[in-house]
Design a protein around this ligand. Sequence first.
Ligand code: SAM
Length: 400
Amino acid sequence: MDVHVAFIDFSRAFDTIDHGKLLCSLARMGIRRNLWSCICSYLSDRKQRVKWGGSVSESRPVLAGTPQGGIVSPTLFVIAMNNLDENIHPSVIPVKRHEASVRELRRILDDPTHPCRQFLPPVVETTYSLRRHTIQVELAVTMTTGGTVPWGREYLNEVFGTFEEGIVDDEGEGSMKSMEFFHDVFSGGSYGGRLIDVGSGSTLYQVISASMFFSEIVCSDYSQAARAEIEKWLKKDKGAFDWTSYFQYFIELEGSSEKIEDREQKLRQAINAVVHCDVLQPNPTHPLTFDPFDVMVSAYCLEVASPDREAYVKAVANISTLLKPGGTIVFESYIGATFAVIGGAKAKILPVEVDFVVQTFKDAGFSDIKTVYYPSPDRDEYKVTDVKGMLFFTAKKRCS
Ligand SMILES: C[S@@+](CC[C@H](N)C(=O)[O-])C[C@H]1O[C@@H](n2cnc3c(N)ncnc32)[C@H](O)[C@@H]1O
């Protein structure tokens, strides 16, 4: 695999932030409208003048930049920088500057005898201007594909950040269907006991319905950042993601008049562990071992975790060890997707068909498989994901 690295050093960075782009970024992050209007007003209609000795210049409008000395300015700057890579091809992974790694890379590049040099093509150094920003590209080495996907806060903000505004886009409608499925399954059956959610990511929507019926819920995921988001919510951390509109949605689906805080409390009490898991390992929760669970939930994880079909088949066998014989799996999967772009990084997804998924579960000892399939509407362009549909099913692990 070729790897290109580009280091970008801005000059007058704080002063050149485009207000319009910054406000767009804030809106897309899903911040509340009132806060957005407040920041909009904070940035607008600013003037500044220069005092030199006893003279004062004319006032000039401030059309760009974060206000000097403003407490929120560094945060606004970071938010603006976050989207810098927006129009860069998703296969390019943004990496925030880290002095130690810059120094290390410099050392390797400066030393023609360094063993790592054999992997690198000749170094190109260049400087160029992009509109008002002067960007110095210190090094241009090789381009990369794949990489680490930010399944923590970025995933939440991008996929779950806009519920209040009413989800109307294609992916949004998919999310509604996904939630309705969990509601239909749990409210339509007699469930209870212990539940494990495999590949929870940073999300809770998939266990809100279940919190009515299970006294013990274990959330699990490979990504530490994703697990940290769940932990934050459990601890009512100030920076935790706000799931209230999702709780409200489930309460309405249930036709209940329960208060949101009470329902949140129910889920907080039910979740008794958030653990590391790797579905590609024979014991996915290694080094922990759990007694098998009554019910397993897994949404959009196996096709993300598995590099190929062989790994997928093994992953199904691996996760099935976490379930009691006779236990139920509640499963959701992307169909036909090869990628999803999250926080500027491209997650590679294994494209699977309905028949393949169902057959794999049958072969792994599941029966009574009840499926629902929702095809995604055709689009001219697949920017965020090329998902073709969503498969939802429940199945029972055979007793022998
Ligand atoms: C698309 S997200 C799904 C998250 C959540 N279940 C949902 O419905 O939104 C895929 C999740 O799979 C997790 N994942 C990727 N590889 C994994 C592995 N080998 N074992 C367990 N989880 C993995 C990622 O960390 C990520 O949180």
